[in-house]
Design a protein around this ligand. Structure first.
Ligand code: NAD
Length: 519
């Protein structure tokens, strides 16, 4: 049974005869619980980043297809909102189990389209799965408030769903980021239109199929594909009440301003430059291994990747050891057992990364570990960049100012912790900041004074688990940053208060069984 289901999922993504047919497989939209081929004439190629072979074609959905998604969601809203919360919870329980059961299948799609290693792709699924698991607790998370405010008068305040909501996703976590939104949006009674990244549609299509298998009714989850025009449609469509966006600053700032101008609620997580301050009293081996793992894992294509290291005092003497630890990381195709990191998403990303490394040298920094030109054997066409470490970096340099989103660690120096914090706080981004130290007071001082929304103390990637919220700040979010993803804030984002004040006059209680009068 499982094998046949897996085969179905495989054919869903790449066509049953993918290996035999000449024309590339085309990805469908998912409308009203059906996989619907697009009638568009415009298609976007999805490439395997390890080979640059075409994996599938993604439609730039037509306006009619996008309107069909809205119509399907509109039809589903009343029934889904009236479905009891216990029933919606049961659906999420089933979805959670199905995602767990299909972890390898989802991870396979992720490796083929995104390039990360199979182990890391399973982590991508796991972090999304944890949001589903947490959403199973909805019945204890959503209760509202009630108070008798006067004799016979009661006020109750409770959360209602918004209606139709949309999520626009980036390429780097093809399963986790759609799942930051999907379980919470639907368990609270909304209908979701999901637009995966046009570079990694496969995992979202499997999630759509798993939603159907879990008993999500038609129209509650629709998946539409496309690029900017699809996004513009979602931003302008009046029936869509909220937009969840995760991606780059350029797109996110535009999306936030256009959607809020259209009166929508928006949560938008953007780019980052995450710093670690390395103190000389740190556990050296733990710190260096952690820094290398967080800088180069997933080829640095994580919004919480550690991309800037501030060496405090004599910890600068540990650079040679950091280079040694980092050189042992193997770049290679995602399915190879000995690969520690995969390729970058596109040839353009690789080119940009190499240009930035070159610019660092021109600006006076030193490349102490150079990951350029390190294609693994048998994969000459992939977008490879191996771990790269640049020292002597100053805040004005391009390699420091820009998010590189690649396995490149830029290293700065500071004499004291205070100076390190000053450097970090001057950076416009505020996703994550980490300190490595054995000193409680130093850790406490760092935690209090650093301006980043997610702080690690000897923890290299302090991404909050889904019982908390993802709380980046400064330029790592658009707008106020108040509507955070998942956790209590995520629940609030997908619901709105309704406050009802009722008066039932107790003296009107009829003992005769007759109907009482309203005062
Ligand atoms: P991206 O901004 O290029 O794309 C994200 C989504 O926006 C895609 O679905 C894309 O179709 C759409 N889009 C892109 N440009 C657009 C435009 N001009 N108009 C309308 N829609 C547009 O991001 P990406 O390259 O896929 O993802 C990488 C970025 O995402 C990095 O900057 C990374 O830091 C960030 N990210 C942030 C978080 C976080 O939680 N802060 C998490 C993951 C990724």
């Amino acid at each position: 049974f499982i094998a046949s289901k897996m085969q179905r999922l495989e054919s869903l993504r790449y066509g049953a005869n993918h290996d035999k047919v000449q024309a590339p497989h085309k990805t469908d939209n998912f409308l009203n619980n059906e996989f619907v081929p697009s009638s568009t004439t415009e298609w976007l190629e999805v490439h395997d980043p390890a080979t640059n072979d075409v994996v599938t074609l993604v439609p730039k959905s037509t306006p009619q297809e996008l309107q069909a998604a809205v119509a399907s969601a509109r039809d589903a809203v009343p029934g889904w909102q009236q479905t009891s919360i216990m029933k919606r919870q049961q659906v999420i329980f089933k979805l959670t189990n199905l995602i767990r059961e299909h972890t390898d299948d989802l991870a396979t799609a992720i490796v083929k389209e995104q390039g990360k290693t199979f182990g890391d792709a399973k982590g991508d699924v796991l972090r999304g799965l944890q949001v589903c698991e947490t959403a199973c607790g909805i019945t204890t998370q959503l209760p509202g408030q009630v108070l008798e405010v006067a004799k016979d008068m009661e006020t109750r305040s409770y959360r209602e769903p918004l209606g139709i909501v949309a999520a626009i996703c980036p390429f780097n976590f093809p399963a986790m980021i759609p799942l930051w939104s999907l379980p919470i949006a639907i368990v609270t009674g909304n209908c979701l239109i999901l637009k995966p990244s046009e570079r990694v549609p496969g995992a979202a299509m499997i999630i759509a199929e798993l939603c159907r298998l879990a008993g999500v009714p038609p129209g509650v989850v629709n998946v539409v594909h496309g690029a900017h025009e699809t996004v513009n449609f979602l931003l302008d469509e009046p029936e869509i009440k909220a937009i969840s966006f995760v991606g780059s600053n350029k797109a996110g700032e535009y999306i936030h301003s256009r959607a809020t101008a259209n009166g929508k609620r928006v949560q938008a997580n953007l780019g980052a430059k995450n710093h670690a301050a390395l103190l000389p009293d740190a556990d050296r081996s733990h710190a260096l291994k952690s820094i290398a793992g967080a800088a180069f894992g997933a080829a640095g294509q994580r919004c919480m990747a550690l991309s800037a290291l501030v060496l405090v005092g004599s910890s600068k003497e540990w650079i040679d050891e950091l280079v040694q630890v980092s050189s042992s990381f193997q770049v290679g195709p995602g399915f190879a057992k000995d690969s520690d990191l995969g390729p970058l998403i596109s040839p353009q990303s690789r080119q940009r990364c190499e240009d930035i490394i070159a610019s660092a040298e021109v600006e006076g920094a030193k490349i102490v570990l150079d990951g350029r030109g390190k294609a693994p054997e048998g994969f000459p066409r992939g977008n490879w960049v191996a771990p790269t470490i640049i020292t002597g970096v100053k805040p004005h340099m391009r390699c420091y100012k820009e998010e590189i989103f690649a396995p490149v660690l830029v290293c700065l120096e500071a004499d004291t912790l205070e100076e390190a914090v000053k450097i970090i706080n001057a950076n416009p981004y505020g996703n994550g900041a980490v300190v490595f130290t054995r000193s409680g007071p130093a850790a406490s001082s760092f935690q209090k004074s650093v301006q980043a929304g997610q702080v690690g103390v000897n923890v290299p990637i302090p991404v909050p688990l889904p019982m908390f919220s993802f709380t980046g700040n400064k330029s790592s979010v658009a707008g106020t940053g108040l509507p955070n993803f998942y956790g209590a804030d995520g629940l609030r984002f997908y619901t709105q208060w309704k406050t009802v004040t009722s008066f039932w006059n107790s003296s009107d209680v009829s003992t005769s069984g007759k109907h009482v009068n309203m005062v």
